[in-house]
Design a protein around this ligand. Structure first.
Ligand code: GLU
Length: 491
């Protein structure tokens, strides 16, 4: 039975929100919402060289786009602020002073070069590199001498020897670590900034976080964090380390596997809920075979008991399938609005559309809706509806054959004549006209329909022929037929 629940998502703003980070954020959010708890978003920006406000904004924007909201944190405020670690420096100080005063931490004057030499030496001896404690027991005089040399100390945590450190992980079960495998680690850098392993503990404790749900890559940090909890007398929260996300070749998901950030999926035209549905099932599965869930269902069903220990495999085909499912459910008007930026970027439409153009565009988008897997495909799928000329697809042999038939010129000529007799037509009229041409020229089936399709679109596949012709209208169809007769058939 879970009592009070307070969780946090604590990204470092050193890049856009990745799929793994988004999944961690989502699991925290689902867990919080399931238990009626509190969701916090805190920014871990103590790595000054790599953190930027632009990345912070990008991450928050991706969370909002996914529909992940938070009750406390950056941009929202709350009783435990500020929520950026850079703004919390004075909060860490008293704890550091306490650790120094009790001897649980000490000043370390070693330079980068000295530490590197020690590392290399250990590696050469076949040992695991770690800090051997050169500054562990410096006298006051020794420290003064170091200071006189202009050295600025970092602060290290004095790791107790011979201690068994146990993480009772809600996903991984009992995981044990030996303190002897951990060298004294830096908690405050010489520039005065706390390190991740230190700040994270103080923040989680002061913010009264009850459950820490995060990626498995942080499991190895947890023993260090446990030592800090203990040294500062903080209550230890519950940990749940979620398995890695692997690419389809079973190696850790990386850029090699394609898009890794949420913004990239957004730009390709994945719908936010498709991504949420997909991410929810990366490492968690409710009972049963169902794959499609609303947000409300995910919240209702989510539980840590059903989070898997084994790594999740990112299957792009499944994501596409899910996205196609959600695309089909959107109304044509809504879908068209979502596609406008893609269509504008492709130069197919301008920025200002009249009501008439908009409703034509909605019908065009509706004609390809069934086939769409992601919105970036839209320009390519609908380009057949734009322009007055025809480009024959050189690689499309079926298309070449359809135009090479002996009957083709007569079919196209007959159709051209018909287009000049009407100023507008709808699908039933188009159907009727095509039938009449078939009778006139004495052809049917492919020799009729494929020939018309290729003459008008340049390819043997595409949207439903009658809809295509109806939406193009007789004037444009006439222009394209003339173009094909003069420029393609004549050669
Ligand atoms: N700032 C850490 C990261 O982005 C968060 C780790 C944690 O959740 O404790 O990986």
């Amino acid at each position: 039975m879970v009592e009070r629940v307070k969780v946090r998502f604590a990204p470092s703003p050193t890049g856009p929100l990745h799929i793994g980070g988004a999944r961690s954020a989502l699991f925290n959010w689902l867990f919080a919402r399931h238990h009626g708890g509190t969701m916090v978003v805190r920014i871990e920006d103590t790595d000054l060289d790599r953190s930027t406000r632009e990345y912070e904004e990008l991450i928050l924007d991706s969370l909002r786009w996914l529909g992940i909201d938070w009750d406390e944190g950056v941009g929202v405020g709350g009783p435990n602020g500020p929520y950026r670690q850079q703004e919390r420096l004075t909060l860490y100080q008293p704890f550091t002073e306490r650790l120094l005063a009790t001897g649980q931490a000490y000043e370390c004057f070693c330079t980068e070069e000295e530490l590197e030499a020690e590392r290399q030496n250990l590696i050469a001896q076949g040992k695991t590199p770690r800090y051997l404690g050169r500054c562990r027991n410096l006298s006051l005089q020794e420290k003064e001498a170091m200071r006189a040399q202009g050295r600025k100390p970092a602060i290290r945590f004095r790791v107790p020897q011979g201690k068994l450190l146990v993480v009772d992980d809600l996903v991984r079960g009992r995981v044990e670590f030996e303190s002897d495998d951990i060298g004294d680690f830096i908690i405050v850098k010489s520039d005065g900034f706390p390190t991740y392993n230190y700040a994270v503990v103080i923040d989680d404790a002061l913010m009264e976080i009850t459950h820490i749900l995060r990626g498995e890559e942080h499991l190895s940090n947890t023993p260090r964090q446990l030592l800090i909890y203990e040294a500062l007398g903080f209550k230890v929260p519950q940990f749940a380390h979620i398995s890695l996300i692997l690419g389809e070749d079973r190696s850790k998901m990386s850029k090699r596997h394609g898009a890794t950030s949420v913004v990239q999926y957004r730009e390709h035209g994945y719908l936010p809920h498709a991504l949420v549905n997909f991410l929810a099932l990366l490492g968690w599965s409710p009972e049963g075979e169902e794959e499609i869930y609303t947000k409300e269902e995910l919240i209702r069903l989510f539980s840590l008991e059903r989070v898997s220990k084994s790594p999740a495999v990112f299957n792009l085909e499944k994501l596409k399938w899910m996205n196609a499912h959600y695309i089909k459910k959107v109304s044509a008007a809504e879908l068209t609005k979502l596609c406008l930026p893609q269509l504008q970027r492709a130069g197919l439409i301008g920025t200002e559309l009249t009501g008439e153009q908009m409703s034509w565009l909605e019908q065009v988008v509706a004609a390809v809706q069934e086939k769409l897997e992601y919105l970036a495909q839209v320009p390519d799928f609908v380009k057949v509806f734009f322009g007055e000329t025809v480009e024959l697809d050189e690689k499309d042999t079926a298309a070449q054959q359809a135009l090479a038939l002996e009957t083709s010129p007569a079919v196209l000529q007959a159709f051209l004549t018909k287009t000049r007799e009407v100023s507008a037509w709808d699908v039933p009229q188009v159907r009727q006209i095509l039938k009449e041409i078939g009778k006139e020229v004495g052809v049917k089936g492919k020799a009729l329909y494929m020939t018309v399709r290729v003459a008008v679109s340049g390819q043997s596949h595409g949207p439903d022929l009658n809809s295509l012709l109806a939406l193009l209208g007789p004037a444009v169809v006439a222009k394209r037929l003339s173009y094909t007769l003069e420029n393609i058939l004549a050669h």
